[in-house]
Design a protein around this ligand. Structure first.
Ligand code: NAD
Ligand code: ZN
Length: 372
């Protein structure tokens, strides 16, 4: 891939910063559009790295047409990462989430169409699926919808089979063609983003890559945003010796993919010609209870785990990526194993500043009846 002018929206965030630095190292010219959201960056964001790498910052919102027009001017490619990312928060700040994620994407796309940008890469999410694919002992592979919680059914935490109603048995890898059934406002907006870029692609021929990131983790993730990034929240609690809340019975399952693998996949998608939609996960699942235990051990902490027996609105029981499409279309392979990645992440986090806003975030959810 020759040298390109690439705009990264949300380029000061966790994935955006790692990607921007990776692109500069690859010889590309990078511009960033970011509003430096206080929830993510705090009141004094670190901007020195931008200047040090000759990265242009346009401080503005993806909801502002003028900022978007300025940002996309002269760009060969736009990687759209800017978003509100809190799943639980999206369940009560609906408008904020829809404004930034749906209207913001429409605004960026409109600017791209005007400026005839050729390539657009969207960071979508596992959240578009809702629950993943599960196996039912009677019916085989099924895709359960939103869970009716244990309190009311007495059937345990796993989702029930949409065909026969029995509890789903075990999780299966979720391929890209699984019907989207988002169970959070956040997931709904990520699906809206996909639909917007697909419509634009169909009508303009803009080359579009859609990457559905699973749970991304690693050095650089925000250690002050309690609304997203469960591993960061756990490290903050563990280093302070405070108890760690693990929801439900501890067996919520997630697919954690390392930031280095996400950057690698995104670079490959930028270089690819032709439309593509891929899951970007590790293809392996980890229970949240195990992740908490490992973090406590790595932090040499005496924090205790509380299995809360409660569920947060918008959360699913489990999903794991089928990554065959990414392997084939992008020639990509996840390289960082969860345990090795967790060790470097914890080491980085323990040497970084943090602010623990977990209790506030839980209070906000509880007061709205969204954690029960
Ligand atoms: N981190 C994950 O696990 C994960 C998983 C799936 C999908 N994603 C998607 O990847 C993208 C990046 O996520 P991240 O983890 O780097 O999040 P992040 O919160 O670290 O970064 C988002 C960046 O966007 C900026 N931003 C927020 N609102 C904005 C606005 N209105 N205008 C301009 N900039 C704005 C923030 O200041 C921040 O720098 C998001 O679209 C997210 O939905 C992330
Ligand atoms: Zn069944």
């Amino acid at each position: 891939m020759g040298r390109r002018n690439i705009l990264v929206t949300g380029g000061c965030g966790f994935i955006g910063k790692a990607l921007s630095l990776g692109l500069v190292a690859g010889g590309h010219r990078v511009r960033v559009l970011d509003n430096l959201s206080v929830q993510v960056h705090g009141p004094n964001p670190d901007l020195a790295w931008l200047e040090a790498h000759a990265i242009d910052l346009i401080k503005g919102s993806v909801c502002d047409p003028t900022a978007c027009d300025t940002a996309v001017a002269g760009m060969d490619c736009v990687v759209h990462l800017a978003a509100e990312t809190g799943t639980g928060q999206s369940m009560y700040e609906l408008r904020r989430c829809v404004d930034v994620n749906a209207t913001g994407t429409a605004t960026v796309l409109e600017a791209c169409c005007k400026a005839c940008v050729k390539k657009f890469v969207l960071s979508s999410s596992r959240a578009i699926f809702g629950e993943g694919l599960w196996n039912c002992a009677v019916c085989g592979p099924v895709h359960p919808g939103i869970r009716v919680l244990r309190r009311t059914t007495g059937v345990g935490w796993n989702p029930t089979c949409p065909r026969c109603g029995s509890p789903a048995e075990s999780m299966l890898p979720t391929p890209e063609d699984t019907d989207p059934q988002p169970v959070s406002v956040y997931g709904m907006t990520k699906l809206a983003q996909e639909q917007l870029v697909t419509l634009v692609r169909n009508n303009t021929g803009m080359d579009v890559a859609i990457l559905r990131f699973f749970n991304v983790f690693g050095p650089g993730q925000s250690l002050r945003n309690a609304y997203t990034g469960v591993l960061g929240v756990f490290v903050n609690r563990a280093r302070a010796g405070r108890h760690i809340d693990v929801y439900e019975d501890g067996n919520i399952l997630r697919d954690f993919v390392h930031i280095d693998d996400v950057v690698d996949a995104t670079k490959k998608a930028i270089g690819l010609e032709g439309p593509v939609t891929c899951n970007i996960g590790s293809g392996k699942s980890v229970s949240i209870g195990d992740a908490a235990r490992e973090i406590i051990a790595l932090c040499r902490s005496d924090s205790e785990i509380t299995l809360t027996g409660k569920t947060r609105a918008g959360d699913v029981r489990g999903l794991v990526a089928d990554i065959a499409a990414a392997r084939k279309a992008l020639g990509w392979e996840p390289r960082v194993d969860f345990r090795a990645g967790l060790e470097t992440f914890v080491r980085w986090a323990l040497a970084s500043e943090y602010e623990d806003h977990y209790d506030e975030s839980l209070k906000e959810l509880s007061s709205r009846g969204l954690y029960h």
